[in-house]
Write a protein that binds this ligand. Structure first.
Ligand code: GLU
Length: 446
């Protein structure tokens, strides 16, 4: 329930952002945690921090015209929502997916504010993207789209202003084309303007693996509190993109067995454990589908539109997309004996599903804490770029692991301080909000 002092702020979010249902959901999810915070910190209410935090500092919407390989002209819409710069330059990824509209970009940007605050790195929150669909597009088409997108975006970003990165549909290939166009327009080799760059031209080791690895480090810390571990655990991972692949890799390294993966077409069940080399080849080299994986892997089954959450497991990692895990799915997980759900994706679990899991005492790690390893390693990439340095894989991974442990401990400690022992949603929201809110008050009415 929303605190009566906070309810009007939420009503205002709905009124000002009509139809943006994902943004409403993300805002509500944070605001429900904040009642006790205002009681303890009346100065945050006095300075209207909640009302200010819900309104982006700047929103940019632009036309992106481009030509396909046959010469046909296409028009997409580009977005960058610069949400909050209290802790540092706006930081957050770009998503290229047909479902992208302002409501998706705002939900992601809003979550990013708190996620970035939890990392303790000097980064504010922002997000962007386009309704462009890179699926089945040639490299040349993707390049032309990225060049057109950056031809507008370049004037809004910069190493001290706003630092985009990848998200769904944006990986090293897209960041390469975007960086090339930024450099060409500005005549500056400004490495720190984008993160997720290729390793030969300013990218950081571990950035590719970081979101998936980080979620698994976070899960391991959560399980440790309960006297459990991933060693010997059966895990369900949804998705088959960057986050899922490297979550699978790290779960295996820690002794767990991952028996599934999925994409928007269907679900693979592989009881012997996912063959990671095969999955990587199909997804990263051939840009194929998980159906191709099942066809080449003996013992694995594939179902179009299958329900991944019916596969019994000890720990579930939703690593695909928002609202992929519903209350019904959560009930199936509980029935299958699931002990913990850790979000690799952004907001993959619906609020009703979180209630089902909480009721059943399943440990729940919200994305803004559990998947913060990606953006934290982006901040490490910025750090390396700023000092013109290059760290080793093991050093960077150690930093990532320390950051994830710190985030876990901060969320756990904060939840306990507010009488919500074991509630990582409350811990993450309160700790993130306090960091940003206090910085906003210190910086005056901006
Ligand atoms: N898109 C990622 C996220 O959701 C990473 C953002 C970044 O590295 O800036 O946190």
């Amino acid at each position: 329930m929303l605190d009566e002092k906070i309810a009007p702020s939420y009503e205002e979010v709905i009124r000002r952002n009509p139809g943006e249902v994902e943004f409403h959901q993300a805002a509500r999810e944070v605001l429900v945690s904040l009642g006790p915070v205002l009681a303890k910190h009346p100065e945050l209410a006095e300075h209207k921090v909640i009302e200010r935090i819900c309104e982006p500092e700047r929103q940019i919407i632009f036309r992106v015209p481009w030509q396909d390989d046959s010469g046909e002209v296409h028009i997409n819409r580009g977005f960058r929502v610069e949400f909050n710069s209290a802790l540092g330059p706006y930081k957050g990824g770009l998503r290229f997916h047909p479902s992208v509209y302002l409501g998706i970009v705002k939900f992601l940007g809003f979550e990013q504010i708190f996620k970035n605050a939890l990392t303790s790195m000097p980064i504010g929150g922002g997000k962007g993207g386009s309704d462009f669909d890179p699926k089945n597009r040639s490299d040349d088409e993707v390049m032309r789209f990225c060049q057109s997108f950056m031809t507008e975006l370049y004037r809004h970003i910069g190493e001290y202003t706003d630092v985009p990165a990848g998200d769904i549909g944006v990986g090293t290939r897209e960041i390469g084309y975007l960086f090339g166009q930024y450099k060409r327009i500005t005549n500056r080799y400004e490495s720190g303007v984008l993160t997720g760059k290729g390793l030969e031209w300013g990218g950081a080791l571990v950035r590719t693996e970081a979101t998936g690895y980080g979620a698994v480090f976070f899960a391991e810390e959560m399980l440790k509190v309960r006297g459990q571990s991933l060693d010997g655990a059966t895990c369900v991972v949804s998705g088959s993109g960057n986050v899922a692949i490297y979550a699978i890799e790290k779960i295996r390294a820690l002794g767990g067995r991952v028996v599934s993966c999925s994409d928007s077409d269907g679900v693979v069940h592989d009881p012997a454990g996912i063959d990671l080399e095969l999955l990587k080849r199909i997804k990263e080299v051939e840009r194929g589908r998980v159906k191709d994986y099942a066809e080449q892997r003996g013992g694995a089954t594939y179902r179009d539109g299958g329900d991944i959450w019916r596969i019994p497991c000890d720990v579930a990692f939703p690593c695909a997309t928002q609202n992929e895990l519903t209350a019904k799915n959560a009930a199936a997980l509980v029935e299958g004996g699931c002990q913990a759900v850790v979000e690799g994706a952004n907001m993959p679990t619906t609020p009703e599903a979180v209630d089902v899991l909480t009721e059943a005492k399943v440990a729940f790690g919200p994305g803004k804490a559990a998947n913060a390893g990606g953006v934290a390693t982006s901040a490490l990439e910025m750090q390396q770029n700023a000092s013109r340095d290059r760290w080793t894989f093991s050093h960077t991974e150690k930093r990532l692991s320390e950051i994830m442990t710190d985030i876990h401990d901060l969320c756990h400690r904060t939840a306990a301080e507010y009488g919500r022992e074991g509630d990582y949603v409350a811990g993450a929201n309160i700790a993130g909000f306090l960091r940003v809110g206090e910085a906003m008050v210190a910086q005056g009415l901006i």
